[in-house]
Design a protein around this ligand. Structure first.
Ligand code: BES
Ligand code: MN
Ligand code: ZN
Length: 506
């Protein structure tokens, strides 16, 4: 889809769908109405607001109303999108609304839409609307046939600047950033939505190689013998039950000159391309979505794609441990004791707690480079959804400063994230009678014991762990989300890189 900035008058706009975001106060109070709403309503002889009132459109967040203009306007339909209360405006509401507009456009076979931006300020609304449109436009259709396989009809979207504002280089740059972010999120969603049969560790590594080649990043893919040489006994054990070979993917951004020696940012992603649970086999209901268990790895790759364009003045390392967790005849067993890359031994109490094993080995390797900050993303525990619900990513951190850096980035990016306690009183639950650690604890606080397990492998490195098991996929269509992968974490990581780059430039 082609996105562009426009200063055309609302009466002159020729498009299939004209989108007007509205705050709830604009419905009842004429004085609260935006110029765009007043203009379009006047061009329609007051029919827009009258029909909206008859349909009880209240402009609450997530509400919408469509009116056909029947020749009274060059735009064929007008879509009102509710933004809720302007006093508590959150750009994420506009992002979701714009995503919904893209979906409504696709369903009504529209090929062109125009969205009127408000000065909220303008860069904030431009960014949210542009990202929302592109995220909402994404659809996973690779496995459909016939008509259903066709790409969404929407070909172009114009973002209308408020009256009197002109297109500047700054606004163009904001738009390009938004496109970069949304395309990178959609890149990750595509990897996650692809069924495990076509997204094996080998294929994921190939996709990473394609991306690195296209963007000019360095990449190294370590095969099983090299993973063996690194002594990654936990990672290798998880991979043993599958016929698919494990891959350790390492993508690097290195800036030119002195900046190459600046303290690095390291990103680690869980890349379980299918989690059957191993011998602690999952029931079918729990297994049906487990092609998405590489969403952390996909998010890290999506973020690296953007890093290549942002070119921050410090190195960024991305590591993804990719393998399947299957119950094949060579599968690792309960009671087995594994020796990790870090040297610690781990007794297996549940083969379905595999993510922490793979991540533990990869985190300890990433930590050896002494990065300034280490961030991992993983669909680690079902328990995080029980604790927080499915709207918030769970954040665990070694210290307040690291936590705040990632919370700030998540807030700015519009990804709801909630800090969880790394409560050491639960640490005893992963003590083993025979080895240094065991890989699972009691039911209560399951996300915390998983995070405490990871902590054993990062030593003193400033570290943040994002548990995206609840947020990496959506069970329904909502705003810019579709059923399937959400791309959770990509926006936060990109914003983190941008904020750190901006700080270094100060
Ligand atoms: N990949 C799962 C976590 C998960 C659950 C992701 C639901 C997305 C949706 C992880 O490997 C797992 O199986 N965790 C177990 C841990 C338990 C065995 C200690 C879980 O959450 O049940
Ligand atoms: Mn599992
Ligand atoms: Zn898993």
């Amino acid at each position: 889809m082609n996105l562009n900035l426009s200063t055309l008058a609302l009466s002159e706009l020729d498009c299939d769908l004209l989108v007007l975001p509205v705050f709830d106060a604009e419905i009842g109070e004429p004085s609260a109405r935006s110029k765009a709403l007043i203009t379009v309503d006047a061009l329609l002889d007051g029919a827009l607001l009258e029909a909206a009132a008859q349909e009880k459109f209240n402009a609450r967040a997530e509400s919408s109303f469509v009116l056909h203009t029947l020749g009274k306007l060059k735009a064929r339909r007008v879509l009102l999108l509710g933004l809720g209360d302007s006093a508590h405006f959150d750009p994420e509401v506009l992002r979701m609304a714009a995503g919904k507009a893209a979906k409504i456009a696709a369903k009504s076979n529209a090929s062109s839409i125009a969205l009127a931006l408000a000065d909220l300020p303008i860069d904030v609304s431009l960014r949210a609307a542009a990202e929302g449109l592109l995220l909402g436009h994404y659809a996973f259709k690779n496995y459909k046939t016939g008509k259903a396989a066709q790409a969404p009809s929407l070909a172009s979207a114009a973002l209308l600047l408020p009256d009197g504002m002109s297109v500047t280089d700054e606004l163009e740059a904001v738009l390009q950033q938004a496109i970069l972010v949304a395309d990178s999120v959609n890149f990750a969603r595509q990897l996650v939505n692809t069924p495990a049969q076509d997204m094996t560790p080998t294929i994921l590594a190939e996709r990473a190689q394609d991306m690195a080649k296209a963007t000019g990043l360095a990449i190294e893919v370590l095969d099983k013998p090299e993973i063996e040489k690194l002594g990654m006994g936990m990672f290798l054990a998880v991979a043993k039950g599958s016929s698919q070979a494990p891959k350790l993917i390492h993508v690097t951004w290195t800036p030119e000159g002195e900046a190459a020696k600046a303290p690095a940012l390291a990103l680690v992603g869980k890349g379980i391309t299918f989690d059957a649970g191993g011998l602690s086999l999952k029931p079918s209901e729990g297994m049906v979505w487990m092609k998405t268990d590489m969403a952390g790895g996909a998010a890290v790759l999506g973020a690296m794609r953007a890093v290549a364009h942002i070119k921050p003045p410090f190195p960024v390392h991305a590591w993804i441990g990719a393998c399947e967790n299957m119950p094949g005849c060579s599968a690792y067993k309960l009671g087995d004791v594994l020796t990790s890359h870090a040297g610690k031994t781990v007794e297996i109490h549940n083969t379905d707690a595999e993510g922490r094993l793979v991540l533990g080995d990869v985190l300890s390797l990433a930590a050896e480079q002494k990065p300034a900050l280490l961030v991992d993303l993983a669909t680690l525990t079902g328990a995080i959804g029980t604790a927080l619900g499915l709207y918030n990513t769970g954040l665990f951190a070694s210290d307040d400063e690291a936590a705040q850096a990632v919370l700030d980035a998540a807030g700015e990016a519009g990804e709801s994230t909630w800090r969880m306690p790394l409560d050491v009183r639960l640490r005893g639950e992963i003590d083993s009678p025979v080895a240094d650690l065991k890989n699972s604890g009691e039911r209560y606080g399951g996300s915390i014991t998983a995070a405490l397990f990871l902590k054993e492998f990062v030593e003193k490195t400033p570290w943040v762990h994002l548990d995206i098991a609840g947020t990496a996929r959506s069970k329904s269509e909502r705003g810019y989300l579709d059923v399937g992968a959400s791309g959770a974490g990509v926006r936060t990581l990109i914003e983190l890189v941008r904020q750190r780059a901006a700080k270094q430039g100060e």
